[in-house]
Design a protein around this ligand. Structure first.
Ligand SMILES: C[S@@+](CC[C@H](N)C(=O)[O-])C[C@H]1O[C@@H](n2cnc3c(N)ncnc32)[C@H](O)[C@@H]1O
Length: 378
């Protein structure tokens, strides 16, 4: 995790961001960040523009905020010269030195010509919500539907816009098969593998609650612009997934709750004659150990209140080693209170952590296997 108290200076922060962007597969941003780093070190136009943020701590993620600010201007059609270089709006990524230089000039010019908006644009918290992670939730919900054939109330903690709460409306395919509604706007192709796949059971989700300190309402233009601006402009597959998920979110209601997840957990109770699922994905990894410990106490207390007619499940899609945010090895783990009487999960005791699959940070492939008991790092 980034050390929030370190102040490396913006030139160093942009150089580091350039490396991350290159590693994660955004050449456009890698080139822009490298040019920005050199420009800042030389004290050029960018240094003057970003002077108010010169001493921000590394943990404030200023490079990501600046990148998102310029991208947002492009998405708002306020930066046509830069749009020429951004595939997210139909442009072509630069492929030679002249193009890279023109792209950087257009990027600086876009930021300069909207300098009055920068304080507001740079004040937003970097936020992503990758609907590709629904590939894991879709299979996990099928396991839970087989275990507890009853209506489900699903609360996602650290949900951002809650797009992964729509997992049961997503069509998932694998070599030789598919699940989920035909005609769904969001199709995740070739994302499942392994053996056995989850049971072929349909989840009856009657309530979807997205809990976040700062939830994003993607049924509004503002919400969509906010979330989209943080996707890197040459990662087109992520754009397509996000656009499809926005369409789904117009059709299927999600209740947004602005709250701290521990506070929300404290107020949760099992639901009469229904299954309560408390889920999270790529969120525990960002929490401090003491917050995770408090959340765990709340989950245990919630589990102890569950009954056969009002069961509770904890579903997590997080890395095995929570202390290491560089890991790409994520696991899909469930705990059931009380143990179900049906389906593959009935082989495990009440509250036993059971791993269903392994997956990657961004969501796929999801490799399903025979459910097996694991140690859980809380
Ligand atoms: C990396 S995002 C993951 C979003 C989503 N779960 C996904 O997988 O795409 C983590 C989210 O957790 C939220 N978050 C962090 N700490 C939180 C807390 N204490 N209470 C509620 N939400 C929190 C952040 O606002 C952010 O939206």
């Amino acid at each position: 995790m980034t050390d929030v108290d370190v102040r490396s200076g913006l030139a160093v922060q942009f150089a580091r961001q350039a490396r991350d962007c290159a590693d994660i597969g955004s050449q456009v941003y890698a080139d822009l960040c490298r040019a920005a780093s050199l420009g800042l070190a030389a004290g050029g136009r960018l240094a003057a523009l970003l002077e108010p943020w010169r001493d921000e701590r590394d943990g404030e993620l200023v490079p990501l905020r600046v990148l998102a600010a310029a991208h947002r201007l492009v998405l708002e059609r306020e930066a046509p010269a830069l749009a020429l270089w951004f595939p997210s709006v139909g442009g072509s990524a630069p492929d030679d030195a002249a193009g890279r230089s023109a792209c950087f000039d257009a990027w600086c010019a876009a930021l300069e010509s909207h300098a009055d908006r920068l304080p507001a644009l740079l004040s937003v918290i970097p936020q992503t919500n990758d609907p590709g992670r629904s590939a894991a939730f879709a299979g996990a919900l099928a396991h839970l539907a087989a275990a507890y054939p009853r209506p489900m109330h699903v609360h996602e903690l650290g949900a951002s816009a809650g797009l992964n709460l729509l997992a049961d409306h997503v069509r998932v395919t694998w070599l030789g098969g598919a699940r989920g509604p035909q005609g769904s706007p969001l199709v995740l192709e070739d994302v499942w593998t392994g053996d056995p796949l989850p049971p072929d059971a349909e989840a009856d989700v009657v309530e979807r609650v997205a809990v976040d300190l700062s939830p994003v309402d993607v049924t509004t233009t503002e919400g969509r612009l906010h979330l989209t601006s943080f996707v890197w402009p040459d990662q087109l597959a992520r754009f397509e997934r996000l656009r499809a998920a926005y369409e789904l979110a117009q059709q299927v209601p999600i209740t947004l709750v602005a709250d701290d997840l521990v506070h929300h957990l404290r107020g949760l109770r099992p639901v009469d004659r229904a299954l309560l699922v408390v889920a999270h994905s790529t969120t525990w990894i960002y929490l401090d150990a003491d917050v995770r410990a408090e959340a765990e106490m709340c989950l245990q207390a919630l589990g102890s209140r569950a009954t056969p007619t009002s069961p509770v499940v904890h579903l997590r899609r997080e890395p095995r080693a929570l202390a290491d945010d560089s890991t790409t090895d994520f696991e899909v783990v469930v705990r059931c209170w009380p143990a179900p009487e049906l389906g593959p999960l009935s082989a495990f005791g009440t509250g036993t952590p059971v791993r269903l699959a392994r997956t990657s940070a961004h969501g796929f492939p999801v490799v399903w296997h025979e459910p097996g008991a694991v140690e859980l790092q809380v």
